[in-house]
Design a protein around this ligand. Structure first.
Ligand SMILES: [Zn+2]
Ligand SMILES: [Zn+2]
Length: 301
């Protein structure tokens, strides 16, 4: 809740006029408690998770040929019932674990100093904080994920997330309840180390979830705007981790590729890419040669 009753009071406190965004924020948040503003995250998580994967569910069911070539594991197909089951399983976890966790974690958010007042952070401040959050999350998640691949961790916890060897968007948060709790730590660590505004926290929770849905989408579209983010792993990178499954000692990172490169855990992935590239080249050359001889034969007729 803002400590000003009117825009005039806010203007006097800031010593300047409010920007358009600040006026919007004032009108929206002035009479809402900080707790209620924080709980908006539950709605964002629910809405994004329920709506964002729908276009790919449609593609998976319709099997449109023009999009099929972008499916990373084209031989694996899930029915609508199987995808709905995955959605329901995650929603159960959402209501039993994620939602209650959000409701009770407010004191820690207050303690680390997430603010809701004015002035609003600048675009650069938001962007730089989000970049730091992603990097901290990526690094911490890498090591926790790698630890979860030890025999005990995999058998008792992480095995659930690997039930989908060819992931779909709905399977991104599909995991054992303990994993959902443990992986909350890397997400919380960034805002705890570099606390910002509530809007930055909203954006962080929303973008992190969209990134997870993207990397589990099962499709690798060349026009995906994330291709322009340096060192971004994307769906192809994480799909390989699910494809290899239990034995996977490759591609542990959740967002970027550099941790796997630095610690040498992307060798299998890079080897597979090299082989596939070679096969593709040979295939293209073979087709060209056959095409050439056909032309020659055709001319001599
Ligand atoms: Zn794993
Ligand atoms: Zn995964």
């Amino acid at each position: 809740m803002l400590p000003y009753h009117t825009i005039r009071e806010a203007r006097l406190a800031l010593g300047r006029n409010l920007t358009f965004a600040e006026t919007l924020w004032f009108n929206y948040s002035a009479n809402k408690s900080d707790y209620l503003l924080y709980c908006h995250n539950i709605i964002f998580l629910f809405v994004i998770f329920s709506l964002a994967p729908l276009p790919l569910v449609f593609l998976e069911v319709k099997r449109l040929l023009c999009f099929d070539k972008y499916k990373i594991q084209p031989k694996v197909r899930l029915s609508l019932d199987e995808m709905l089951k995955c959605y329901k399983d995650v929603m159960r976890m959402f209501f039993l674990v994620v939602g209650p966790l959000q409701l009770v974690s407010y004191p820690s958010v207050k303690m680390i100093g997430i603010r809701t007042g004015l002035p609003l952070p600048s675009g650069w401040e938001i962007l730089s904080q989000l970049t730091v959050y992603f990097m901290i999350e990526d690094y911490t998640n890498y090591w926790i994920h790698r630890l979860l691949h030890c025999e005990w961790g995999y058998e008792n916890i992480h095995r659930v997330h690997h039930e989908y060897t060819a992931p779909i968007g709905f399977a991104a948060p599909y995991a054992h309840w303990a994993e959902v709790l443990i992986l909350g730590i890397p997400s919380f660590l960034g805002p705890a180390m570099v606390p910002g505004h509530m809007i930055t926290l909203w954006l962080w929770i929303a973008l992190r979830q969209m990134e997870a849905l993207d990397t589990h989408s099962g499709y690798d579209f060349p026009w995906n705007p994330t291709k322009y983010i340096p060192f971004y792993g994307g769906s192809d990178h994480h799909d390989y981790h699910h494809y290899v499954g239990r034995q996977s000692q490759s591609n542990f990172a959740s967002v970027f590729t550099y941790c796997d490169y630095i610690y040498g855990t992307d060798k299998g992935y890079r080897y597979q890419k090299k082989i596939l590239r070679k096969l593709k080249e040979e295939l293209t050359n073979g087709v060209k040669q056959n095409g050439g001889s056909y032309s020659q034969d055709h001319k001599s007729d």
